[in-house]
Design a protein around this ligand. Structure first.
Ligand code: OSB
Ligand code: MG
Length: 372
């Protein structure tokens, strides 16, 4: 195969409802779409870096820079179409996993379309329907949160995750658990606490949480290990797990009992599968996290979540949960059982709508061998 061009698109989509975490409140999302054209086949990837360096140090600006100066020239100059080769060769550039993942995903899409297979078949997925969980941001009031929780349960979601932060934690979890005694329920702190909060975090044990996600900052495997010894609730790491190597260290230190896999955070499908395989071998359950992706990134996540060790409901929701009009057709839908059907056609299996992408575009640039 020969890569003809790569297009980067900076796009912005408004949310249907604000999304607030311990980092702050957002009303829209800015992200990069990567489009690779090879032998007439179009492959799409999404870079999940945000406008602001809050979840990680990467931003849409740093990712654009790394793609434009290093990653896109690498694939164009050396005609790298194989995602495994890309992953290995991009590895000499330090960091910037979200930028790398966006391009790697587009190469996987090209590969799968060339072979006429859906991505999940290429990855070795075994699950045909993917269990959907929903992540509910911090609301203005507890009644508002309870109402949103009820709404998503009615829509069929199999698990509720709420965002917590100091001041919006124990009493809020208590209220959700009291109103919904039997649901699968978990909390995500996005690193807002420290060991000093151990007593408060132990109080969460009363609510039978499926897991507590990332209570401490990313670089803190050791303190997570100390906390896990103190609390009954299983810890799940998100931001801390950057590679299969960090998964091994978290396992050996007993820093968590569950791992959230996000393809952007770990730098691509190659690394995500290494983490998955390590966790399968060590009996660590995993599930697929989300970054409020458009349908492009969301479809990619669905295929990844079909691998056998994805055990818990994922942060994979319907297109309309975040966006009035998603960028893909058909939209992703959650059925009354809280399941999402895996797209069955080749590649990502959904069709990005170029007119909608054009309407949400802030900036776009196409790279060929002539202009890099
Ligand atoms: O920590 O899982 C997280 C969204 C943005 C950044 C970080 C996180 C999240 C979510 C939403 O929880 C997950 C989703 O539904 O896409
Ligand atoms: Mg998280």
């Amino acid at each position: 195969m020969r890569i003809d061009r790569v297009t980067l698109t900076l796009a912005k989509l408004p949310y249907v409802h604000f999304f607030e975490t311990s980092f702050g409140r957002e009303v829209d999302r800015t992200f990069i779409i990567v489009k690779v054209e090879a032998d007439g086949i179009l492959g799409y990837g999404e870079v999940v870096a945000d406008k602001n360096p809050l979840y990680s140090y990467e931003t849409t600006t740093t990712a654009w820079h790394i793609l434009e100066e290093f990653l896109v020239p690498l694939v164009l100059k050396e005609n790298i179409t194989d995602p495994l080769t890309f992953s290995r060769r991009a590895g000499r550039f330090k960091g910037h996993p979200m930028a790398k993942a966006g391009l790697e995903l587009a190469l996987w899409d090209v590969r799968a379309k060339a072979e006429g297979l859906p991505l999940h078949a290429i990855y070795g997925g075994t699950q045909k329907k993917i269990p959907a969980g929903v992540s509910i941001g911090i609301q203005d009031t507890v009644p508002a949160l309870l109402e949103r929780t009820g709404h998503f349960l009615e829509e069929g979601y199999r698990r509720i995750k709420i965002k917590i932060k100091p001041g919006w934690d124990v009493s809020v979890c208590a209220a959700v658990r009291e109103k919904y005694p039997d649901i699968l329920f978990q909390a995500d702190a996005n690193g807002a606490y420290s060991l000093k909060d151990t007593v408060l975090l132990k109080d969460l044990d009363a609510f039978d949480l499926l897991m507590l996600e990332q209570p401490f900052p990313p670089h803190d495997l050791w303190d997570h290990s100390r906390l896990q010894k103190e609390i009954r609730t299983p810890l799940c790491l998100d931001e801390s797990i950057l590679s299969a190597e960090s998964a091994r260290k978290a396992y050996e230190m007993e820093s968590c009992r569950i791992i959230n896999i996000k393809v952007g955070r770990v730098g691509g499908i190659v690394e995500a599968r290494k983490i998955h395989d390590f966790c399968r071998d060590k009996d660590i359950p995993v599930w697929c996290g989300g970054m409020l992706e458009s349908g492009i990134g969301r479809a990619h996540n669905l295929h990844l979540a079909s691998l056998p060790r994805f055990t818990f409901p994922n942060d994979l929701s319907a297109s309309r949960r975040y966006y009035k009009q998603d960028l893909i057709e058909p939209p992703i839908e959650v059925d009354s059982q809280g399941m999402i059907d895996l797209p069955r056609s080749a590649g990502i299996g959904v069709v990005p709508q170029e007119d909608r992408i054009a309407r949400s575009t802030l900036k776009e640039k196409t790279y060929t061998r002539k202009n890099i």
